[in-house]
Ligand binder design. Sequence first.
Ligand code: SAH
Length: 228
Amino acid sequence: QKERVVTEEEWLQKWETGKTGFHKEQGHPLLQKYLDVLLNGRSGLRIFFPLCGKAVEMKWLADMGHRVVGAEISEQALKEFFTERGVPYREEPVPGISGAKMLQSMSGNISLYCCSIYDLSSAIVGKFDGVWDRGALVAVNPCDRQRYASLMISLMEKSSSYLLVTVSYDPNKHKGPPFYVPETEIKSLFGKLCEIKCLEKANDFSDRHREWGLDYFLEVLYILKFVA
Ligand code: SAH
């Protein structure tokens, strides 16, 4: 899978043609289950959703009083998020990133940047107390993983919590995305600056994975604590 590159154009096409089988309309059970680990008793957090798609969990967290920031290249995905969740929004240009927009809920607690995640920096979006990374690291092209991990670390506040969902399957049988990112690689990407703990390996095998030619598919959840 190392050499595989999915272009931004291909992602936009997936949204245009409705090939978005990764979207979970009911939200993600692992976030529900491990919400306390992410929040760690804190309230009013700033939480980042990299490569957010139209993840419904953004609405959950905003409804609990947190401030949510997302990044996504597909404007269609972001508009569908606000429309389908029934959240009124406005659009604004982003100073510092030409061509980018921010779609923000009228109440101001959900701010979704329509641009490549690599255009962001802490100068533009600030730093975060929590991260929900599902379908994000595993969607990043393998050649960009190091750059992605360095960016994510630069966006984390000290002692922030980062819930990371990866997937495990036989990478000889499916080209990805999602890409298989083994635990050894999580450690080399984040281990210098973060404590890493595996919280759960959950079976997520479905017809979709069977059609890909797989015979098992697991989701692996980690908690990363930024300690440096
Ligand atoms: N996290 C979401 C979406 C996962 S699919 C979920 O759990 O449902 C990966 C998403 O990343 C797609 O919506 C794709 O359009 C977006 N994407 C791909 N490359 C990106 C980039 N460089 N910057 C921002 N978003 C990107």
